[in-house]
Design a protein around this ligand. Structure first.
Ligand code: HEC
Ligand code: HEC
Length: 446
């Protein structure tokens, strides 16, 4: 910190003494280095309440899931995936229909009154509408989103018992938690640059009748295409980075509000935790994380084995969704489209983060997730690059091995999973060794 501050004042002196042309060209490269270093250090910084890095805000929290980005994104190096103990928890209201199972509430309207909740069931006679007030009393975040993040940590000792009291039955409503596993961020900057038209073209592909595969772009409420997140719920990398800072760690920014404590009337943050330069620097750091690499096989024999595995990947239909190349991005193994993966992988639709009312509504800070339309059974095809280092697998990390992940493919992925099951042992091993060549980039400085 003090080093870069000195560099800057030195440049200012230069600017004052020798004219600004020289100083600003020199300053440009120095500023870029400084921003990169700033982004790296912000990604790793362990925030505390009242942090001295804050700009008049409250630092970490009041509610948060972890103290740093790095805490959840570190497998295979800084920016990597996270293990299941770093999963975030999402709370959703629903109803147990005694013999038909649990059903999430889904939104029927999103007006001034917030969401209206209706519990689905296979038989319309069993479907019922619940007054939004009943649900909002349990957690005020349900006013703006059908599911909300249930933060792991809160500001005081009572938070823990409040949190533990949330899942379960409350009168006629049942609250249930589900999870999301932290994905790796390597190559996210490249994903950010793929033109929308490429995703739209991917969605227009025609598959042979009976393949069961389709796929659609995740269209957000504002018309943009979502490409980040397990449900493709976010359009740009910058938005996701800021949503993570405000939502996971409770860092107030000018664009988005920090997560608030749902137990008390929310207080507006006293100031910003991250200023605009820091938001830029953090985004630039994540965008600049190197893309995953392909590990070269050790010898000609294993090269043939891996190559055969790549052929199997194509021939059994994995590449229908896990496209080896998307636009100019080679080796991504994803179409970034939503696919229906069967009730077995059903989970909530979009979720939000509870925030305080904005003291300056004119600023229109986009803190709340807007409905994306991704259905409970739909998931964005995860890029398979970096797979070797991003275990466990699937949206909640329920698969410990690649074989388990494949076996869990239902719905549009069922036919490919069946063809996988019919492969010989040797072909399955070939496929696996091919997938294991997809690795995190060489270790970066933490
Ligand atoms: C508590 C763990 C946790 C922390 C802390 C955390 N993340 Fe994440 N991150 C996740 C999870 C879980 C997801 C997936 C969420 C989803 O898609 O619903 C995710 C997804 C992302 C994505 C989207 C990646 C993609 O390809 O879809 C980005 C970008 C990201 N995080 C950046 C960050 C940054 C930057 C920070 C720090 C400001 C951060 N995260 C802090 C858990 C975490
Ligand atoms: C219909 C599209 C589709 C097809 C075909 C398909 N997948 Fe997937 N795959 C997905 C989606 C969507 C997910 C994420 C599901 C979830 O998280 O619940 C996924 C997840 C995975 C994962 C876990 C990735 C991670 O980061 O957690 C692996 C590994 C995988 N697929 C490999 C394969 C292989 C191998 C095949 C061929 C046998 C295949 N897939 C066929 C869509 C598809």
């Amino acid at each position: 910190m003090s080093m870069s501050y000195q560099t800057r004042s030195w440049l200012q002196v230069l600017c004052a003494g020798f004219g600004c042309v020289l100083a600003s060209t020199t300053g440009h490269a120095a500023d870029a280095d400084k921003a990169k270093e700033e982004g790296r250090s912000l990604f790793a910084h362990q925030w505390v309440a009242g942090d001295e890095r804050s700009h008049g805000g409250d630092g970490l929290g009041p509610v948060y899931n972890e103290r740093s980005c790095l805490a959840c994104h570190s497998l295979g190096g800084p920016g990597g995936a996270g293990s299941v103990d770093k999963n975030i928890e999402i709370l959703s209201p629903g109803e147990d229909f005694s013999n038909a199972g649990f059903f999430y509430a889904f939104s029927m309207s999103f007006g001034d009154e917030g969401f209206q909740y209706r519990f689905g069931s296979p038989s319309p006679a069993q479907a019922k509408t619940v007054n939004v007030g009943e649900i909002v009393r349990l957690h005020p975040g349900f006013r703006d989103a059908p599911s909300v993040v249930l933060h792991r940590y809160g500001p005081d000792a009572d938070y823990r018992s409040w949190r533990e009291s949330m899942p379960g039955r409350h009168g006629s409503i049942v609250l249930r938690t589900t999870e999301r596993n932290p994905p790796p961020l390597f190559g996210a900057g490249l994903i950010d640059t793929i033109p929308d038209a490429v995703l739209e073209a991917a969605a227009r592909r025609r598959f042979s009748a009976g393949s069961g595969v389709s796929g659609r772009v995740s269209r957000l409420a504002d018309g943009r295409i979502g490409r980040f997140g397990w449900k493709g719920q976010t359009a740009t990398l910058r938005e996701f980075v800021l949503a993570a800072a405000t939502g996971e760690m409770g860092l107030e920014t000018a664009d988005r509000r920090q997560a608030a404590d749902p137990r008390i009337p929310p207080l507006a943050a006293p100031g910003l935790d991250l200023n605009a330069d820091e938001c830029d620097a953090l985004t630039a750091y994540v965008a600049g994380l190197p893309a995953p690499r392909v590990v070269e096989p050790e010898d000609a024999k294993s090269e043939r084995f891996v190559k055969a595995g790549g052929a199997v990947f194509k021939s059994i239909g994995c590449a229908q969704c896990h496209l080896p190349k998307l636009g100019d991005v080679d080796g991504i193994y994803s179409d970034l489209l939503l696919h229906d993966m069967s009730p077995q992988l059903s989970d909530t639709g979009m979720y939000g983060i509870f925030v305080a009312a904005d003291p300056n509504p004119a600023a229109k800070r986009g803190a709340q997730a807007k409905p994306t339309g991704a259905k409970f059974q739909e998931w964005r095809t995860p890029p398979l690059w970096g797979l070797r280092d991003s275990y466990p697998y699937m949206h909640d990390g329920r698969a410990e091995t690649i074989a388990q992940a494949i076996a869990l493919h239902g719905g549009e992925g069922a036919a490919a999973a069946q063809r996988y099951a019919q492969l010989s042992n040797r072909e399955q091993q070939q496929l696996e060794s091919f997938l294991l060549t997809l690795a995190a980039p060489k270790a970066q400085k933490p």
